[in-house]
Design a protein around this ligand. Structure first.
Ligand SMILES: [Zn+2]
Length: 421
């Protein structure tokens, strides 16, 4: 199985770097909502900041161009993880609550509608140096909301804590056709043209990057080498902790790997085993809904047929997630939980280099920033060699290690075992 490029962490680091170099106005107070005046977020007049004076820009090597003689930006996506943010605050929190019921996000654009529009939510500290940053986001697909050059999305269609809004973001590309943005603003319902077709809000899954239970810490362990599994099992047994494994359907069905035996044993030992797609592609970038559906359905089927389990927990391969994948998950799974991370051991970057100890540094850095939900793999012996030390580091900080469903206080998760000395 291929190793990952965990791009979301890079996104966060890049945002931080950009913010550190920016000098913006520090005002966090907002104009009170005025039913007649739109709140203009971005007119793409300046290269580095929007109409509110805050940072906007592309991340993950999203190429942009500026059409001559217009205030606009053209995005040229090549990968679903590429993202363009326009921030509502200097990486703090913007209170959209007064606008939530009355206002629409209006986007004036031309070009492809094969993308996702997200509203991101900052962490409870409203602080870019705390992990996770952003804490979560909700997304809608552009296509059903677009009509001519306009997109109107009721703010309440974004299920986030509107008091902690951070940015409007464009990502989840599933076509390489360019998109040109002219204006991003909040307008009152009265400013939406009469008869403009606004769809119903579609169900989707929530995106989770952190444990909610106080003092909890969870390891989400993706793809591994069958040959390293017994070492992982031994460490978990000796340290007396439960974790969550995210497993692809194809690997389970492959008799060469013995993954059916490995993960059957993990289930029997009390670990959580959760979905990770069927063939480990970037689901959001797939051209058709049918392909996304197949990745979800075959993964669910393999779990049922081979492991005899059902789960509503899913980790997207590469952390890649967009509106279509979220909605398709909700089509097959009731209340899906889409699990990314706030601590990245960066094994995909360092495991097989001359400096494997950078995995340990990356892990500790993430924990010190407040992250409590980790991503790792057991693809490399170096990663497994640091695993016990990382568990002990978390314990030394008085955090309790548990499965992800337990750390999210899921009422259907098994009760926490109280160890009696
Ligand atoms: Zn993976």
């Amino acid at each position: 199985m291929q190793s990952h490029t965990h791009t979301h962490t890079l996104i966060l680091i890049l945002i931080l770097l950009v913010l550190q170099t920016l000098t913006t106005t520090t005002s966090q107070s907002l104009p009170s909502p005025d039913p007649t005046t739109p709140l203009i977020i971005d007119t793409f007049t300046h290269l580095t900041h929007n109409a509110l004076g805050f940072w906007h820009g592309p991340l993950e090597n999203l190429r942009t161009t500026h059409p001559p003689n217009t205030n606009s930006i053209t995005l040229h996506p090549t990968d679903p993880d590429q993202i363009y943010h326009t921030q509502l605050s200097p990486a703090t929190c913007f209170n959209l609550r007064p606008y939530r019921r009355t206002h629409y996000l209006h986007i004036l654009f031309t070009g492809s509608t094969s993308f996702t529009i997200s509203l991101t939510q900052n962490n409870p500290h409203c602080n870019a140096s705390h992990a996770p940053f952003p804490e979560t986001w909700d997304s809608v697909p552009a296509t059903p909301y677009a009509h001519g050059p306009h997109i109107y999305i009721p703010l309440w269609h974004f299920a986030i804590d509107h008091a902690r809004a951070l940015s409007v973001a464009f990502n989840g590309w599933y076509s390489r056709d360019p998109v040109t943005l002219f204006r991003v603003e909040l307008v009152s319902a009265g400013a939406v043209p009469i008869g403009f077709p606004v769809p119903q809000r579609a169900e989707n899954g929530r995106v989770v990057l952190r444990c909610s239970r106080p003092g909890a810490f969870a390891f989400g362990i993706d793809d591994g080498q069958p040959g390293l599994a017994q070492q992982v099992v031994r460490i978990l047994e000796e340290e007396g902790v439960l974790v969550t494994f995210f497993v692809v359907g194809r690997g389970l069905r492959d008799p060469e790997t013995n993954f059916s035996g490995v993960y059957g044993e993990m289930v029997a030992r009390g670990h959580q085993v959760a979905l990770h797609s069927d063939t480990h592609r970037k689901l959001e970038g797939l051209g058709s809904i049918a392909e996304i559906d197949r990745e979800i359905v075959e993964n669910i089927k393999s779990f049922r047929d081979i492991l005899g389990i059902e789960t509503r927990y899913f980790r997207p391969p590469y952390g890649t997630i967009g509106a279509r994948t979220r909605q398709r998950l909700a089509n097959y799974i009731k209340d899906p939980q889409i699990i990314n991370w706030s601590v990245d051991i960066e094994d995909w970057l360092w495991a097989d280099t001359k400096t494997p100890e950078k995995q340990r540094e990356a892990f500790i850095r993430g924990v010190m920033r407040g992250g409590n939900l980790a991503v790792m793999h057991f693809l490399s012996p170096t990663t497994v060699s640091y695993f016990r030390e990382m568990i002990q580091f978390v314990k030394s900080r008085n955090a309790t290690i548990m499965r992800i469903d337990q750390c999210l206080e899921d009422p259907d998760s098994p009760p926490l075992k109280i160890s009696v000395p």
